[in-house]
Design a protein around this ligand. Sequence first.
Ligand SMILES: [Zn+2]
Length: 494
Amino acid sequence: MGRRVLSASIKHETNTFSKLLTGLDAYRSRGLHLGDAIAPVYLGTNSEVAAHFDAAAENGWDMVPVIAANAVPSGKVTREAWEYLSGELLAAVDDTYDGILLALHGAMVTEVDEDGEGALLQAIRDKAGPDVPICVSLDLHANVTEEMAQNASGLFSFRTYPHIDTYATGKRAAEALQAAMEGETAPHCLVARRPQIDGANHGRSQDGPMIGLLRRCKEHGAEGRIVDVSVNGGFPWADIEWAGPSVTVTYDNDKDGAADRAREIAESMMDTVWEERANVTIKHLQVGEAMDRIKAAGSGDKPIVLADFSDNPGGGSYGDNPTLLAGMIEADLQGAVFGTIADPEAVIACQRAGVRGTVKIPLGGKIDPDFVPPLRVTGEVVAISEGGFTYEGPMATGMRNTMGPTVVLRIGGIDVIVTTNRLQVLDLAIFRSQGIDPEEKQIVAVKSAHHFRGAFGPIAREVLLVDALGLATPSLKSLHYENVRRPVWPLDME
Ligand SMILES: [Zn+2]
């Protein structure tokens, strides 16, 4: 018999400023699978869970896949959803395992705990016993807490943003687990932070301070006493005590001086994160400025990609804010496409009108009309579908997802994809599944802050980031924090 390993994944990135609570329906629409249903969904994809299965096959583990659950970022996870998800996992945990392998996000807030992963890891540790190695992969936007670091044996974060190394990160955690189970290492973990809720250029891995920090992760990770070093950009749209960037170091507690060396590395790297806190490599435009830039640029052989930065559903924004779209309509853009506006009511109205039908409807702005109201539009329905697609770009490659019932609404020179489900637009397949080739367009607008660059960067003539209102606003001072530790940068300091 091989080593007995439990595999599980429960993820959420929680924007506590969102009024949209995250229930089980949100998990079911993005992906909630148990036991034998997990492998068919994940095998062969660029995901941590796929890496769990491959590691099990390579190492001859007797692996028990328990749960794989993910929901689009939004407000707090409801008590009901949390009790179901954690209950399914904890019911499978006992002291018979040689190792536990988890893929979590690290920025989950529930109605029960502001540190969802800390509470989960504590409960798992209590049931599994003090000695079993628990290796956990995390998103690099994790808000890592002491409770997480104390209850995990090792924490392993993505090293890319866009997150294209999800499979590789799952493999890193699995390899560390195997070494621990073989008795080669005794992994322990610690975390360091500074009084800041954002930093490390929000984790952007292709320029700015992350370049040097990621190089140091690799260099220190090769020291014999150190198992792994991870740098986390943190998730600032969580009003919790310990939000913010961190460095986690997983070290071999059997080696002399390893804990001291780990602390030294973590603090030294956080010194850099603190010193570089204002080093941000992006610039946001207002809607009017972006329209002026587009007019001045004229037409070209590749599209200009407009990112609706602040209403990125991938950061927990509503994804139904029509402000940028309103600016594009007013500017009378031609050869443009907008992906996506989440509005189930508008989808139903368009379905009733049918293809080639004309509708006059309020679009978007329905989740929280006090935040931003709907936009009155008149358009022609040009496509209706069930909204399924498979990621073909560098992120989540091979995974299926669904936008839910979806329509394409033509408003002047702009084809607008209106969806039932909220989602971040990070893959060309979202357009192609609707019969739209984004490479043939002049303007491609996407609800995404940064992940879109993986697939859309290569086809873009130019990328413009637009701040058109949203819960994932870069203006953190405009949000009302009540629970984060104070004083903290940038809320209380320049
Ligand atoms: Zn992330």
